[in-house]
Design a protein around this ligand. Structure first.
Ligand code: NBP
Length: 476
């Protein structure tokens, strides 16, 4: 046995990850793919990698030094189950199977439990950064048994992205914790992208700037507190001209956004946990709305505002939009970290939220300067009740909130949809409210379903005899 690690599944992600692994000192990589032609193609294209060719899982197992470690990069779902079953047949106690695909965390929990008794370690590892990240350094979010991390940690650290001399990898928690955190990462990514799109739309329709001019705005924003990969690529996309028509590319791309499902998982999971991730949910819904082309076509005649909308001072407006974007982004991250905390509590994971922010600083799609602030916030106070209450974010929201309100009002008056900005503001105002109208909802629930309520002035549970004499009784 000569190989130090195996990669199973050699489509784009697996091939790139295998090449990344092979390029690091000390690694010899065995590769296996169900269709051997793909294995041979990869080996032929990259002789420099020194791959060990294997054509069956048995050959793969035989080629690996003990404890064996194999990373699976196949299609999430049934394919992953099939490969795990095959590997479990040929691996031995102490060996490690890593699933680097985009698995749903509950599948990871199930898979880990199913093979635990064999003594083989199963690690669900979130991998972010797309194809480019897999090749040059992704952000890695491994879960699974802590002891497997002793073997796996150094291998993953060798291929991870690096932020301020630290590899972007940490043992997130047991069983499905890594895939859970990766899921929330993707949810936050949806929110970030939606907020950026709203900012672009408002600026374009409010100031009449061209996409290329708005690219300049984003480029400038990228040197401030919003500095991030997504802002950077936004400028690039807006600057792109379509070869066929000479128009800005963004004007010829159909405005129907696709989705692979991880944003929806984040929201579905949050609903189950009772965590309000409204910013993320609006981002998922905004994509769904955009793709309902028939319905949008049918609704095109619905009336909008009667008054023409003009922005008096474009420079001030652009700055207001920047502040609204920053404030809404803080809300989205705060909600995402709430979901991580709730998931950890539900599933018994000990997740260091500051470390999660740390490993998102490079390699992944939401990498941003901002994440350093999140790490600092949790370092100062690991029990922070909400991220947005940390001094830095509290101050930023305080400074941005007037501009944020102006932008939301303007969007509503102008008839421009800004679901991310407006729902984040509503969340902010809901969270800071001394009194919410949910008292009335409790009254309604008690009226039609005798669901009872608590009182502000006394302990206990109460019910009003709505269909009787309307007196109040104790329902303890
Ligand atoms: P795909 O998701 O397209 O999967 C193709 C691979 O799965 C091929 O190697 C294929 O083998 C293998 N496979 C299938 Br399909 N069914 C199989 C089975 N029953 N048994 C064995 N192998 C099977 O590849 P990808 O786009 O490289 O993505 C790999 C994973 O990474 C996925 O889980 C995906 O969600 C995730 N991903 C992550 C990111 C990211 O940014 N983190 C980006 C893209 C993808 P064959 O060649 O024999 O058909």
């Amino acid at each position: 046995a000569t190989a130090t690690i195996g990669v199973v599944g050699l489509a784009v992600m697996g091939s790139n990850l295998a090449r990344n692994l092979a390029s690091r000192e000390g690694n010899t990589v065995a590769v296996y793919n169900r269709t051997t032609a793909k294995t041979d193609e990869l080996i032929a294209e990259h002789p420099e990698a020194g791959f060990v060719r294997t054509t069956t899982v048995q050959e793969l197992a035989d080629s690996l030094q003990r404890p064996r470690t194999a990373i699976i990069m196949v299609k999430a779902g049934a394919a992953t189950d099939a490969v795990i079953d095959e590997l479990t047949e040929v691996f031995e106690p102490g060996d490690i199977i890593v699933d680097g695909g985009n698995a749903l965390f509950t599948d990871t929990i199930r898979r880990e439990a199913a093979i635990r008794d064999t003594g083989i370690h199963f690690v669900g590892c979130g991998i972010s950064g797309g194809e480019e990240g897999a090749l040059n350094g992704p952000s890695l979010m491994p879960g699974g048994p802590a002891e497997s991390y002793e073997t796996l940690g150094p291998i993953l650290a060798s291929i991870a992205a690096v932020a301020e001399d630290e590899p972007c990898v940490t043992h997130v928690g047991t069983d499905g914790a890594g895939h859970f955190v990766k899921m929330v990462h993707n949810g936050i990514e949806y929110a970030d992208m939606q907020l950026i799109a709203e900012a672009y739309d408002l600026i374009r329709r409010g100031t009449g700037k061209s996409p290329a001019e708005i690219a300049d705005v984003f480029q400038e924003w990228n040197s401030g507190e919003l500095a991030s990969y997504l802002i950077e690529i936004t400028a690039e996309v807006l600057r792109q001209t379509d070869e066929a028509t000479g128009e800005p590319l963004v004007d010829v791309i159909l405005d129907a956004a696709g989705a692979k499902g991880t944003g929806a998982w984040t929201v579905q999971t949050a609903l189950d946990l009772g965590v309000p991730v409204s910013g993320i949910a609006e981002a998922v819904f905004a994509r769904s709305l955009s793709s309902r082309l028939g319905q949008r076509e049918a609704a095109r005649g619905l009336p909008g505002p009667s008054q023409e909308w003009t922005v008096d001072d474009p420079e001030t407006f652009v700055e207001d939009v920047r502040q609204a974007l920053f404030a809404s982004k803080i809300v989205a991250y705060s909600q995402g970290f709430d979901e991580i905390a709730a998931g950890a509590a539900e599933h018994g994971w000990d997740i260091a939220k500051g470390d999660v922010a740390k490993i998102w600083r490079a390699g992944c799609i939401i990498r941003a300067q901002f994440l350093g602030r999140i790490t600092e916030a949790y370092a100062d106070d690991p029990d922070l009740s909400a991220l947005l209450l940390a001094p830095y974010f509290r101050q930023a929201l305080g400074e941005a909130q007037e501009a944020w309100r102006r932008v939301v009002v303007t969007a509503a008056q102008a008839g421009i949809p800004a679901p991310g900005f407006s729902s984040s503001l509503a969340y902010y105002d809901g969270l800071r409210a001394e009194q919410l109208p949910t008292a009335l909802i409790q009254g309604q629930r008690d009226f039609f379903g005798a669901h009872t309520y608590r009182r502000t002035d006394r302990d206990g549970v109460f019910h009003t005899l709505w269909s009787g004499d309307r007196s109040e009784v104790s329902a303890d």
